[in-house]
Design a binder for this molecule. Structure first.
Ligand SMILES: NC(=O)c1ccc[n+]([C@@H]2O[C@H](COP(=O)([O-])OP(=O)(O)OC[C@H]3O[C@@H](n4cnc5c(N)ncnc54)[C@H](O)[C@@H]3O)[C@@H](O)[C@H]2O)c1
Ligand SMILES: [Zn+2]
Length: 377
């Protein structure tokens, strides 16, 4: 094993805690810093009960240089996952998102560059959100297309699908690869792009092998059930537990790529260990498209719920129509293969949500009204 002591920032969160478990199973010494953000961990900001007792925890914001300096002195690799994760919320809490994501990453890199340390590897969480719209194909023009966001005028008319800018025929979604031009459509996405680019640039400049992983839509146990800005699977689970139907924007036929958190944790450790992936940006998904409606139906079935998923026909500013991953690069460089499909992985989320029903606070409507009052839906 090349590294022995690994720091996971944001290691008390959803992806972080699973990554910590995977590292501990592999006999790494694991250190975690996390600020136990209230939106994720609740008003009391307690360390979650699922947190692995074998990990060393420090309550700390990544931008707190004084505390982080001491932790970094003790470790030889970092998996940097700490970030605020609400896409829609980032469009009105702009400074908070830039401080927690871009700013905190800048602080971390400042330490790596200016202070004595023995960091030999950095893995940073990036996101599919940096692509904006996914990649498409026009059959008539026989060419790939990278459309910009849909116009408000078309969305108002409920025309959800993209048309080819050259010949106006319908575009077909394709798996999105890492070379797709980036078009972040939220402050969150911009902050993820900053995190990725800053880490890769500093990594290359100072010879710290760095890998940026662009996760697609991650689902599974431990995703916050009270954060109304988090992933759609957790939001739907939280709604169903509160006897409210899953609420879908547009017609529910938007395609995404849902990857189980255990596969993401596995990818994080592969990226840590593999030198083939150094200085690369790599999609981590399943490569399979699934509609939001299918997720709502699947969860409804698995919860034995008779609620009828609600197709609102409303839209959110900045939402992309389709985006799912091309994972060829992950297969080639990390030898990564997702082991879970939705049928196998979704029961984990359902069972966990039932056990944690008390935390399933339905704040969706509050968040929705917040967006509505700002003209963002
Ligand atoms: N969940 C997804 O679908 C998804 C998709 C793409 C990328 N990501 C990225 O993966 C990473 C982990 O996301 P997650 O879904 O586990 O979210 P999460 O909210 O469950 O975990 C993030 C953790 O980081 C902590 N945190 C936030 N800002 C911090 C800061 N400045 N200093 C210290 N701790 C801080 C929070 O308290 C939380 O425990 C994030 O970087 C996110 O952008 C997630
Ligand atoms: Zn065309």
């Amino acid at each position: 094993m090349k590294y022995e002591k690994v720091l996971v920032t944001g290691g008390a969160g959803f992806i972080g805690s699973h990554t910590v478990d995977t590292l501990i199973e592999k006999n790494y010494s694991v250190y975690v810093v996390d600020n136990l953000d209230q939106q994720v961990h609740g008003i009391e900001r307690n360390l979650p009960t699922y947190f692995n007792k074998k990990a060393n925890f420090t309550f700390c914001d990544v931008s707190n240089t004084e505390v982080l300096r001491d932790v970094i002195e003790d470790v030889d690799a970092i998996i940097h996952l700490a970030a605020r994760v609400g896409v829609a919320q980032s469009m009105y809490d702009i400074k908070k998102y830039m401080d927690a994501n871009t700013g905190a990453t800048a602080s971390l890199l400042n330490l790596l560059v200016n202070e004595k340390n023995s960091i030999k590897k950095l893995v940073v969480a990036s996101s599919m959100s940096i692509y904006g719209e996914g990649k498409y194909y026009c059959e008539k023009c026989a060419e790939d297309r990278y459309p910009a966001l849909r116009s408000t005028e078309r969305l108002e008319r409920k025309i959800w699908e993209h048309l080819c800018p050259d010949c106006n025929s319908p575009l077909k979604p394709l798996p999105t690869d890492e070379n797709k031009p980036q078009m972040p459509s939220s402050i969150y996405a911009m902050s993820k792009r900053h995190q990725e680019e800053m880490c890769l640039l500093i990594g290359k400049t100072y010879g710290i092998p760095t890998v940026a992983l662009r996760y697609l839509n991650v689902y599974g146990p431990r995703q916050s059930l009270s954060n109304p800005y988090t992933g759609v699977c957790a939001i739907f689970a939280q709604r169903i537990l509160n006897q409210k139907p899953p609420f879908m924007f547009e017609d529910g036929k938007q395609l995404r790529d849902f990857i189980h958190v255990s596969d993401v944790a596995k990818a994080n450790v592969l990226a840590l260990e593999s030198s083939l992936a150094n200085y690369q940006s790599i999609n981590i998904g399943t490569g399979r498209p699934t509609s939001i409606l299918k997720i709502a139906e699947l969860l409804n079935d698995m919860f034995n719920s008779s609620l009828v998923p609600y197709i609102s026909g409303e839209y959110r500013t900045g939402d992309v129509r389709h985006c799912y991953g091309d994972i060829t690069k992950a297969r080639n460089l990390l030898h990564f293969e997702p082991s879970m499909n939705l049928e196998k992985g979704m029961p984990d989320l359902v069972n966990w949500s039932k056990l944690n029903k008390d935390h399933a606070q339905d704040l969706f409507e509050k968040a929705y009204n917040e967006l509505k009052s700002r003209g963002l839906t």
